[in-house]
Design a protein around this ligand. Structure first.
Ligand SMILES: [Zn+2]
Length: 341
């Protein structure tokens, strides 16, 4: 019994430590990477016609054409759900006031579509409230559908790998293809405890509120290829490796939005994504300390190894542009054939 208790204490201590290290406790200011900032393309600056991307931490992205927009993994309930809430399995909290404020931003107010890449809380928790306020249609896994139902949003559509969403689903301005993807690795692994992942694998049919942060289980993991006449964007919302899945997209992707936390060896990771699709731009996402307010200075989780990511990109893919974009600032895709669609 004593042995059991001490093992349990060590396990909890290890969990606290690994979650702290992984998700935020150990971080550095974004200022260090200001020289890597991606600037607006000059031709896009002079014209409103085009696609604009916004990143607001974790995998939360807006793709906006000025008329309609697509939200992917919208998430703002950051400081409301701390490391300790994860470790001690406290109930997840949706920052409704903050979402209310956020949907006043024009690029979010005109959202018609919300995509959810997997159903961990930092991807799915806020989706129902965003959907309620914007009236956007939600697409995600079965786990995501169950979470939304518990949040009183009953019209989310389940998608599976290789589904294509077009006119009937997303009003024809965007075409979205769903790709099977993988989740990044769990935090730190230590014998004899293995890799401790505090978050559930899936969301059961019985899921109801209130629910612990950890009950927002992973479910199926998807990447989304979003096509628009002004440019094509691949969103990889978790840093799993997908050998061969994306190869046929070679030459079609303008921008990859690439999650970094939890990736395996960087070379192999980039080979399966960047070498596979050969994009013009790779913009890293999901490298920030996600427990900090969006209004506070962005901090980079050290475990995201952002410096190493840039080193490998610059060495192995010198022709691919890469750099950070600040939270909530528009980044305009360089124009592609605005008149041919
Ligand atoms: Zn996740």
């Amino acid at each position: 019994m004593e042995n059991y208790i001490s093992k349990h204490i060590i396990r909890v201590a290890f969990l606290v430590l690994s979650v702290l290290v992984t998700l935020g406790g150990c971080s550095e200011p974004i200022k260090k990477y200001h020289s890597k900032r991606l600037f607006l393309a000059p031709d896009a600056e002079s014209s409103n016609a085009g696609l604009r991307l916004f990143w607001s931490g974790a995998a939360s992205v807006v793709i906006d054409d000025g008329t309609h927009s697509v939200l992917i993994d919208p998430f703002v309930s950051r400081q409301e759900n701390s490391v300790f809430d994860i470790v001690f399995r406290r109930d997840a909290v949706v920052a409704e006031c903050r979402i209310n404020e956020r949907v006043k931003r024009p690029e979010i107010a005109r959202a018609k579509t919300i995509l959810v890449g997997h159903s961990h809380y930092d991807h799915s928790l806020d989706v129902a409230e965003f959907a309620r306020l914007t009236k956007a249609q939600v697409f995600g896994s079965l786990s995501t559908q169950r979470i939304l139902r518990a949040h009183d949003h009953t019209t989310a559509t389940r998608v599976t790998a290789n589904d294509v969403l077009e006119k009937d689903d997303v009003d024809g301005r965007f075409k979205i293809t769903v790709f099977a993807s993988k989740h990044g690795n769990p935090p730190v692994c230590l014998e004899p405890f293995g890799c401790l992942n505090p978050l559930a694998d899936t969301v059961p049919d019985s899921f109801e509120l209130p629910a612990a942060v950890t009950e927002y289980g992973e479910g199926e993991v998807y990447a989304f290829f979003v096509e628009h006449k002004f440019g094509n964007v691949l969103h990889v919302g978790s840093a799993g490796v997908m050998s061969g899945t994306l190869d046929h997209l070679k030459g079609q992707v303008d921008v990859v939005l690439l999650s970094l936390v939890g990736r395996g060896p960087t070379e192999a990771f980039l080979k399966n994504i960047v070498a596979a699709v050969n994009p013009d731009y790779v913009i890293p996402i999901h490298f920030d300390n996600l427990f900090r307010s969006l209004d506070a200075e962005t901090r980079v989780a050290k475990i995201a190894k952002l410096s190493e990511f840039f080193e490998v990109m610059e060495r192995d893919y010198p022709n691919v542009n890469t750099g950070v974009i600040p939270f909530d600032e528009p980044w305009n895709l360089p124009h592609r054939g605005a008149s041919d669609g």
